[in-house]
Write a protein that binds this ligand. Structure first.
Ligand code: SAM
Length: 337
């Protein structure tokens, strides 16, 4: 290609990236000020939103402009409308309202300004990272946030995986118990044990009771890196804690799961996994980097890393499925009869 045919290189992408945190700030402020709820309820012009949110018109215009530039809202002739994902997940009062999860990482905001120093930290990492200081109060806030997306993931899991001939699930790091609760509601003969850290299972119990499945979903307190697992299970699920641990720990957890599962049982590891060329998706890389904040051993695992953990453990029919494209991948395997 001659020089004049080379794509022109400019700073646009780099400039946008250098200020991406300002777009995040605009997104959080729009959630705080309930912009998307206002638009959904018909307060969908700058002046209507300004008066509803009790801010000046110029600031309302600034906020709506950044939201429109981020594709969160769209201008239709004489008013704004929400983008479809915003309408579904960010209208307050709706069952699918997910602001708790979408603002979950916001308190870490100030620490991200210190990332360079944190990357230079030479102290030895801790095994369970930020969970070392987990309290029941923190677990409650944490799982109000995870539940706002976790029950949707649980429903997707139950649609994708045929559990009709299964008897008992162990849900490792099950948190709110979303997957187990939804599975038990879908299959009246299925029971489940949600295994999680002691402060977390106190919160899990409340989710189980409020969803009316306490006759079949129970809890077991423990740390899956060192404590014994539930017995007599023919399904194991481990969802959304993969990048919090290094390869050795995940290898051990998958092997321990294989050893305790009943013959013919199945395991599903659902997590933020990198593509095998390790260049994305971005969300998997973000959660790997997130572990710098708690100085844990955690790393981002690729799809093929996870397949190898399953195969080393002895699982057969190991398969990889896109679960929530761009966010979660599901690796499955069977324990031979
Ligand atoms: C992001 S939440 C996911 C919860 C649930 N699986 C879901 O997808 O909705 C991660 C969960 O893993 C649990 N967890 C992480 N490390 C653990 C460990 N070593 N032992 C037991 N549970 C652990 C956390 O306490 C937390 O409840």
């Amino acid at each position: 290609m001659s020089d004049d045919k080379q794509p022109r290189v400019d700073t646009v992408r780099l400039q946008n990236l250098s200020r991406a945190f300002i777009s995040s700030a605009g997104f959080f402020a729009a959630i705080d000020l309930e912009l998307f709820t206002a638009i959904s309820e018909g307060d969908n012009t700058v002046s209507q939103f300004a008066s509803r949110a009790n801010i000046s018109e110029v600031n309302a215009d600034r906020l709506m402009t950044i939201c429109a530039s981020s594709g969160l809202i769209h201008w239709h002739e004489d008013h704004f409308g929400n983008a479809p994902d915003v309408q579904r997940f960010l209208v307050k009062g709706d069952k699918s309202y997910a602001a708790a999860w979408l603002t979950f990482t916001r308190p870490a905001w100030e620490n991200w300004g210190k990332l360079t120093e944190k990357l230079k930290n030479t102290e030895p990492p801790t095994v369970i990272g930020s969970y070392e200081t987990m309290t029941v109060e923190y677990a409650r806030r944490y799982h109000e946030a995870t539940a706002s997306v976790g029950f949707g993931s649980g429903r997707r899991f139950v649609r994708q995986v045929d559990l009709s001939s299964r008897n008992k699930i162990m849900d490792l790091g099950g948190g709110s118990g979303a997957y187990s609760i939804v599975a038990a509601q879908a299959h009246p003969n299925l029971s489940a044990v949600v295994f999680d850290l002691p402060p977390v299972v106190e919160v899990t119990k409340d989710f189980i009771t409020s969803n009316g499945v306490e006759d079949r979903v129970s809890t077991q307190a423990g740390d899956f890196t060192k404590d014994p697992f539930p017995q007599n299970c023919d399904v194991a699920i481990m969802a959304s804690n993969l990048p919090q641990y290094n390869r050795e720990i995940i290898t051990d957890v998958v092997k321990k799961t294989f050893d305790v599962l009943l013959p013919g049982g199945e395991m599903h590891l659902i997590g933020e996994m990198l593509d095998d060329d390790r260049t994305g998706p971005l969300d998997a890389a973000i959660w790997g980097l997130y572990e710098v904040m708690s100085n844990s051993t955690g790393v981002t695992h690729s799809r093929s890393d996870c397949v190898s953990y399953f195969e080393q453990a002895g699982f057969v029919d190991v398969n990889v499925h896109d679960f929530i494209p761009g966010i979660l991948v599901r690796v499955t395997g069977l324990k031979p009869q």
